[in-house]
Design a protein around this ligand. Structure first.
Ligand code: ATP
Ligand code: MG
Length: 350
């Protein structure tokens, strides 16, 4: 007799293509039936436009299930839904936007950690707001939230009577972060399914109101949170942050490829910590080498949206809780963020 837990255990060895997460914990398996004690019938469901994904999952699952001792026939059926679609430029966006009232959801991602995603997300949100748009910023890094720190806020958000969370407001931006809901010392120990649930709740249960742009600060890499977001939110696109050295570029490429695979447009690359303008001798130092971002953008056939230097005021402003673009709009880094924001507004008009 084959049992359901046996089948589930086998299926849990299959990873979602391109991700570290297995198909069971991600909730793709909808039903398992054992017929006549030995024949296994599995029903799965997933959202994708890429036919190679269900094919790989089906082939992998069938091969794994065939290894169960005494198994008879193995049938894996996959119900494929279209992923949420971002509204095409120029169409009525409100009708099709996945989060009500939000025109464009832009994710800020990176392959490698610590390359400056949160710094870029915060300053980009401020710069988009400076172009006259209504902007929100959501810290989706449940494990290491940092938007609260970057905006100098640890306010607890209030809830409405309908149990919707009201975002915090700073510099005319609407902010939401897991950090607002956690104590400073409490680490966010969340297992896969909880992460999926919190991420969903975060995006759907926040009372964003009408926004032109919602910027999502993602955690590094291609894990649960990224997968949940691409499967459930109609992203207008993703901006990939990298630093110029080869180790970061390799990971940036992986992240970009992952998003392209799931049909999320890569709006471009931002090279952070590109160079250092020495305040004492005025010289430019290419600390992490030169031209990496440009080469990678060309290889990925996406625009290089901008190059942000290593800048002491930028770091200080971030640590002080005032993004440099808000605190000191005349700073060259702030100007670069404004340039990037204007480029994005051309692709995704508000
Ligand atoms: N252009 C820059 N110049 C100077 N310091 C910077 C710059 N960009 C980021 N930093 C600093 O580097 C540190 C890491 O940046 P940040 O937290 O934005 O990275 P991250 O990619 O979001 O990290 P994680 O992967 O942990 O989420 C911060 O202290 C930030 O102030
Ligand atoms: Mg971060």
């Amino acid at each position: 007799m084959i049992t359901e837990p046996q089948v589930r255990e086998k299926l849990a060895t299959i990873k979602y293509p391109g991700f570290s997460r297995d198909i069971v914990s991600f909730g793709l398996v909808k039903n398992i039936r054992i017929e006549d004690g030995t024949d296994v019938v599995v029903q799965m469901s997933l959202a994708t436009n890429d036919p190679t994904v269900p094919q790989a999952i089906k082939t992998g699952s069938e091969a794994a299930l065939a290894q169960i001792p005494g198994v008879g026939s193995v049938t894996v059926r996959i119900d494929i839904q279209a992923p949420p679609q971002a509204p095409a430029a120029g169409t009525a966006p409100m009708a099709t936007a996945a989060i009500e009232g939000i025109k464009h959801v832009i994710a800020v991602a990176s392959g490698k950690g610590g390359v400056g995603k949160s710094t870029v997300a915060a300053n980009l949100a401020v710069a988009l707001q400076q172009t006259g748009a209504a902007v929100g910023l959501c810290d989706c890094d449940l494990y290491g939230p940092s938007i609260g720190l970057m905006f100098g806020s640890n306010e607890r958000p209030m809830a409405t009577e309908e149990n919707r969370i009201l975002p915090i407001e700073r510099y005319d931006l609407k902010l939401m972060s897991m950090g607002f809901l956690l104590d400073d010392a409490a680490p966010a120990i969340l297992r896969g399914p909880m992460v999926t649930k919190y991420t969903q709740q975060f995006l759907r249960q926040v009372e964003w109101g009408a926004l032109d742009y919602l910027v999502l600060d993602l955690p590094p890499g291609t894990g649960d949170i990224q997968l949940t977001i691409v499967q459930t939110v109609a992203l207008a696109g993703v901006v990939i942050v990298t630093t110029p050295q080869e180790v970061a570029l390799i990971d940036a490429r992986k992240a970009a490829t992952m998003f392209q695979k799931v049909n999320v447009p890569v709006l471009g690359l931002i090279e952070n910590m590109s160079y250092f303008l020495c305040p004492s001798d005025g010289q430019r130092y290419d600390i992490f080498g030169n031209g990496g971002g440009e080469r990678e953008a060309a290889r990925l056939k996406v625009p290089l949206l901008g190059q942000i230097p290593i800048d002491i005021p930028t770091r200080e402003a971030g640590d002080r809780g005032q993004p440099v673009t808000a605190a000191n709009p005349g700073n060259p880094v702030a100007q670069e963020f404004l340039k990037i924001a204007r480029l994005l507004c051309q692709t995704l008009p508000h």
